[in-house]
Design a protein around this ligand. Structure first.
Ligand code: SAH
Ligand code: SF4
Ligand code: F3S
Length: 490
């Protein structure tokens, strides 16, 4: 951390320090119970959390909500009645940041109407020097800024913000330790997020995440397994193991030889119906992991395997550390071991200097792999990353046009792959009413495909069989098969 002097209530981020990777071992700390005198602070008060970005942030927000509720606050989704509004932000692309600044600007009016309102900014944007400077200069009505490494200090920081006239800023640039047993309010009673590791050491040249989330550090296996067993006991139907690069799990343990494949093999023996994980970096995806995933059971047949580009030259400049051929070889091995696997991916178009030929290699790779779906992005320069300094002579119109062409190919394949489900019976975990039509229920297959069908509300939270009658590009419509009971694959 930059300084231990909290009395000043001001510890700002430092990008240079955030780049360093310390050699010292990660400490596992236990969350210190919130002191008695802080447990009443939020009595009769309400909080509103706005969460942007990836699942990591969604799960951090569950911890933040847990602490706020232990301080006596209750949740609201109405800005007007909130006493505390926290924005848990994402820095991955410029448009993510623009959205947040837009919201902070809009909330100024609310702050004028209600000066008692505490407005806080946390998450990945607050780890960026430039963002904190901009907030200090142009948004002085923000009361509190804290980062991703010191979330557990929220009760103290909020107390400071309540009693201080100054903006309270505490952002540690050097990553924190692993904090166990933080309070949590899980947003879903069926599906739970479980962190298995924090941070990222990959430093892909375009990406800000290693700076905002710090070095890779794994939770101890016994802590992860205990949490999943407890979730199973509470009746959760699905867990998603979280990490920026789950395949690096365990590489930082000095005392035990226990990697991601070992963890998955142990999770497989826990009686929870479905286990997912995200995100896996192709480079560390080893044969042992493929072997374990092929045992199936509660390990579902879905792998999110971001490729980013189909050109070995671009991959090299992205520092992804694999070639097109190595990626395709990995896909071949996975498909051989799990023939019905669903593969999804992330792709960036318009990386600095990407030629038409190099982009065409991405299109051809997408056709070869046949992804079930893909998240596609236009490259966005991030201050402080190596790619931001690379020369970029590709006009924005060309990048936009490439994105459209790529999406067309991705969608065409998605539609074709979904078409293959016509007439098939799939196992669906029913999540709730469909967002578009309350008469319709929706849920997901093991491969994470969204399925819509009609049925009684009692099915919500259950595993059911659905026969697919109308496959579409993004969803599968079907009919519930009342008689057949699905045996959960554990
Ligand atoms: N750890 C994950 C990625 C997290 S960020 C992984 O490596 O798979 C999610 C996605 O955002 C990335 O996969 C990448 O496709 C995209 N992304 C990251 N930085 C970006 C940037 N500067 N511009 C555009 N897209 C970016
Ligand atoms: Fe970013 Fe690469 Fe790390 Fe993913 S693996 S978070 S893309 S640096
Ligand atoms: Fe965004 Fe941070 Fe996640 S930058 S994608 S919220 S790790």
């Amino acid at each position: 951390m930059a300084t231990k002097d909290y009395s000043k209530y001001f510890v700002a981020p430092d990008l240079k320090q955030a780049k360093r990777r310390g050699k010292e071992e990660t400490q596992v700390l236990q969350f210190e119970p919130i002191p008695e005198d802080m447990r009443q602070i939020g009595r009769d008060k309400r909080y509103l959390l706005m969460t942007y970005g990836c699942q990591m942030n969604v799960h951090d927000s569950e911890n933040i909500a847990g602490m706020l509720e232990q301080m006596g606050y209750t949740a609201t989704d109405r800005e007007q009645e909130a006493d505390v509004i926290l924005l848990n932000t994402c820095a991955v692309r410029e448009n993510a940041e623009d959205k947040v600044f837009g919201t902070i600007g809009r909330l100024k009016q609310l702050k004028l109407e209600n000066p008692e309102l505490i407005l806080g900014v946390c998450g990945c944007m607050s780890q960026e020097e430039a963002v904190v400077h901009r907030l200090l200069q142009s948004y002085p009505y923000v009361d509190l800024i804290f980062g991703t490494h010191n979330i557990h200090r929220l009760p103290h920081l909020l107390k400071n913000a309540l009693y201080s006239k100054e903006m309270v800023v505490e952002v540690w640039s050097k990553e924190g330790d692993v904090v166990e047993n933080m309070p949590k309010v899980r947003s879903d009673g069926l599906r739970a997020w479980v962190n298995i590791m924090y941070g990222c050491d990959k430093f892909c040249t375009y990406c800000i995440v290693p700076y905002t989330r710090g070095k890779e550090r794994s939770r101890r296996p016994e802590d992860v397994l205990r949490e999943i067993r407890e979730l199973a006991r509470q009746g959760y139907q699905e867990v998603t193991l979280l990490g920026q690069n789950v395949n690096a799990y365990g590489k930082d343990f000095k005392d035990i030889n226990y990697l991601f494949a070992d963890l998955m093999d142990d999770v497989r023996k826990i009686g929870i119906p479905r286990v997912r994980f995200t995100t896996s970096h192709p480079r560390d995806f080893d044969d042992h992991l493929i072997e374990v995933l092929a045992k199936r059971g509660n390990l579902v047949e879905h792998i999110h395997l971001p490729v980013q580009s189909g050109s070995s030259e671009i991959l090299k400049r992205m520092a992804r550390k694999y070639t097109r051929e190595q990626y395709l070889e990995l896909v071949r091995k996975i498909k051989q071991a799990i023939p019905d696997v669903s593969l999804t991916t992330d792709i960036i178009v318009g990386f600095p200097g990407e030629t038409e030929e190099q982009f065409a290699e991405t299109l051809s790779l997408v056709k070869e792999v046949e992804y079930d779906s893909a998240y596609t992005f236009i490259y966005s320069p991030r201050e402080g990353t190596p790619a931001a300094k690379m020369e970029d002579d590709i006009p924005m119109e060309v990048k936009k046009e490439r994105l459209l062409r790529l999406n067309e190919v991705v969608n065409e394949i998605a539609r074709r792959k979904n078409e293959a489900f016509r007439g098939q019976v799939v196992e669906v975990l029913v999540e709730g009413e469909s967002k578009k039509n309350a008469e319709v229920l929706s849920g997901r297959t093991r491969t994470n495909k969204l399925v819509n069908f009609r049925g009684p509300k009692e099915l919500i939270g259950k595993m059911v069989s659905v026969q697919i009658t109308e496959p579409q590009t993004w969803t599968l419509n079907g009919v519930w098969l009342k008689e057949s009971s699905v045996r959960v694959g554990v």
